[in-house]
Write a protein that binds this ligand. Structure first.
Ligand SMILES: NC(=O)c1ccc[n+]([C@@H]2O[C@H](COP(=O)([O-])OP(=O)(O)OC[C@H]3O[C@@H](n4cnc5c(N)ncnc54)[C@H](OP(=O)(O)O)[C@@H]3O)[C@@H](O)[C@H]2O)c1
Length: 248
């Protein structure tokens, strides 16, 4: 089905649901070894068991991306068990939209901790090994919100703009180590993401939008696989995709 995926060791954060889970299933089916991190280990264990039963090589570890040690342990475990880390998919994230004047400061901080610092911890953990290997691929999940700002989405958009800025800086700096970098910016994809919104009116609006427009999560999995499956000398730096009917 794909070139250049089978046998790769791919670490995925936020693998317990939505886009991370879909990527884990798709990449495992394409022959990758997948190393799954998230906090809900009950969900991770079910996914790992299913993939293992189909002959996939898989490891699942409790990981909170707001803890640098957890993320380092996840990537180190991949290297200890499977000998290397070929791809780091920094996917964990949340989207508790709200207008700024509602002062949901705890949620702002949570988004900064998970969506920005979690990605940085993933970069740090993977870079350590990829520099030594002189190969690797870091895939960071941004969003259409990393390109466009909408009302009630300022902080989320800021975190996703930050992911793009970090990824572009990373791209320029890792040339000596033969590391590829990809930003994936999805539009509305049907996952549990809107459930992270605590403000009732905003939650309703976003759920209505997702119910109307969102596309299945395998769209994301195919985009990730496309980037990874390119020949080693081809670096897909950014993919933006949306539901065909989504305007902004
Ligand atoms: N769905 C969309 O429309 C869309 C569009 C653009 C971008 N994105 C981005 O795609 C990524 C995945 O989101 P999704 O849509 O798949 O939503 P989701 O179904 O809610 O999945 C989010 C994942 O992130 C994990 N996560 C959250 N906080 C975490 C933490 N502190 N430590 C470790 N893992 C954590 C969750 O796992 P646990 O709760 O088990 O820890 C879960 O596996 C996010 O970065 C999101 O911003 C999604």
């Amino acid at each position: 089905m794909y070139e250049n995926i089978s046998g790769k060791v791919i670490v995925i954060t936020g693998a317990s649901s939505g886009l991370g889970e879909a990527a884990a299933r798709h990449l495992s089916a394409a022959g990758a070894t997948v190393v799954l991190g998230a906090r809900r280990t009950d969900r991770l264990d079910i996914i790992a068991k299913e993939l293992g039963a189909r002959g996939g090589k898989v490891l699942a570890l409790a990981t909170d991306v707001t803890r640098r040690d957890d993320v380092q342990r996840l990537v180190d475990a991949a290297v200890e068990k499977f000998g290397r880390v070929d791809v780091m998919l920094n996917n964990a994230g949340l989207m508790p939209h709200s207008p700024l004047d509602r002062l949901k400061v705890d949620e702002w901080e949570r988004m900064i901790d998970v969506n920005i610092k979690g990605v940085l911890y993933g970069i740090a953990a993977a870079l350590f090994h990829m520099k030594r290997q002189k190969s690797g691929h870091i895939v960071n999940v941004s969003s259409v919100a990393g390109h466009k700002v909408t009302p009630a989405g300022a902080v989320y958009a800021a975190t996703k703009h930050a992911v793009r800025a970090l990824s572009e800086g990373l791209r320029q700096e890792v040339k000596p180590y033969n590391i590829r970098t990809t930003i994936i910016s999805p539009g509305a994809v049907a996952t549990e993401l809107p459930n992270t919104i605590s403000e009732e009116d905003i939650s309703k609006g976003i759920h209505d939008f997702y119910n109307e427009y969102a596309i299945p999560a395998d769209s994301f999995a195919r985009a990730v696989a496309f980037a990874i499956s390119q020949p080693d000398e081809v670096d897909i730096n950014e993919i933006v995709f949306r539901p065909t009917r989504q305007v902004l």
